[in-house]
Ligand binder design. Structure first.
Ligand code: CU
Length: 363
């Protein structure tokens, strides 16, 4: 058996035993990257600014007639604030202190970072009343670590994943990293899972390219993350709660077509209507964008579009619009030459009209 595969095998075995054993294996190859991730219930406001910034709303005149079904609370629609779930990174296994992240991450969980040859240990604690899991894309796992078995409310589960050659950028790639998604994936349940909120990114770097101080690739000045998604509150585990948690209580049937339509929020990182603002995109330096999305045949295709600047994708094509299908991820680099605050939105007209828009600022 080749040493590296032997290491992987040992690692997998070690993940089921004690942490000490894992650390012993760390001496053989790569680094063991520990992540303590809580799944927490949160009160979520899709439009925390309180107005539709994209449609040039103001605090005095916040919403367009298109916006109203999605943001105004009545007895027939949920409005803008609901209970959801999200992943938070904690400092350690006591799960007492959340590690904050930049505001433009929105509802996304922590970015799980590793270099090729490393292993990832994700200790996940479910602090909600519902079953969730953590399913990673791109890394190596066995069925016990696939993240399709529910973590029961109050329980924890430790996942071990191998970051193999095939998890990283291909040989000869000019990109030093490649992005992947992770998300809750409780088997046999679709809508009432990812719509609730638990999702995030994994980034795998070429060996030696993860800057441990700045938490990004050594050859870029900034990393940014986007997930385009209709979050369907009519499919959420929290639906029953959300119908009565705020006033007025929703009394219309959850099967009502208008209720269903108004419950489907067009978001980027959980924010709608230009309420997501990316900052600190450095002028003249490289910003790496990791862009993905989720959804179904009806609403899962997205066309992320940057105004003002272009990106270079992994296939070395110059673009300002990407083409995203569910769970597909594009890693692209922007060397911004155009300072200012620019729109960054889905180019599908109905998605944009429903609020799938944000801004980014080059400074
Ligand atoms: Cu879209």
């Amino acid at each position: 058996m080749k040493p590296f595969y032997k290491f992987l095998l040992l690692s997998y075995l070690a993940f089921f035993s004690c942490r000490k054993r894992v650390e012993v294996n760390a001496n053989n190859a790569g680094t063991i990257r520990y992540y303590y991730v809580g799944i927490d219930s949160v009160g979520w406001d899709y439009v925390p600014l309180g107005y539709d910034k994209y449609s040039m709303g103001t605090p005095a005149a916040p919403w367009t007639s298109n916006d109203s079904p999605f943001v105004i609370r009545t007895s027939t629609q949920l409005g803008r604030v609901v209970a959801k779930a999200m992943y938070h990174q904690y400092t350690d296994a006591s799960f007492s202190e959340i590690i904050p992240q930049s505001a433009d991450m929105g509802i996304l969980g922590p970015v799980i970072r590793a270099e090729v040859g490393d292993s990832i240990v994700a200790v996940v604690k479910n602090n909600t009343n519902y079953q969730y899991s953590m399913h990673p894309h791109g890394v190596r796992y066995n069925s016990m670590n696939e993240g399709v078995h529910p973590i029961e409310p109050g329980n924890s589960y430790t996942y071990g994943w191998g970051v193999i050659t095939e998890s990283g950028p291909p040989e000869g790639s000019p990109f030093s990293s490649v992005g992947w998604v992770y998300h809750t994936h409780v088997h046999d349940r679709y809508g009432a899972d990812i719509n609730d909120g638990p999702m995030g990114f994994i980034v795998v770097y070429k060996k030696g390219y993860l800057d441990p101080v700045n938490n990004r690739a050594t050859d870029v000045a900034q990393e940014k993350f986007s997930i385009y998604l209709y979050m369907d509150e009519s499919q959420s585990n929290y639906l029953t709660t959300n119908r009565t948690l705020f006033q007025p209580a929703v009394t219309v049937s959850s099967d009502d077509p208008d209720f269903q339509n108004s419950s489907s929020k067009a978001t980027i990182n959980g924010y709608s209507m230009g309420n997501l603002q990316y900052t600190n995109i450095p002028l003249g330096k490289k910003t790496r964008w990791y862009v993905s999305g989720f959804g179904d045949f009806q609403d899962g295709f997205h066309a992320p579009h940057w105004h003002g600047n272009t990106v270079l994708t992994e296939d070395l094509v110059r673009k300002d619009v990407l083409n995203i299908v569910p769970a597909y991820l594009i890693t692209s680099d922007m060397t911004a030459q155009n300072a200012g605050t620019w729109q960054y939105h889905c180019h599908l007209d109905d998605h944009l009209q429903d609020g799938m828009s944000s801004f980014y600022t080059v400074e």
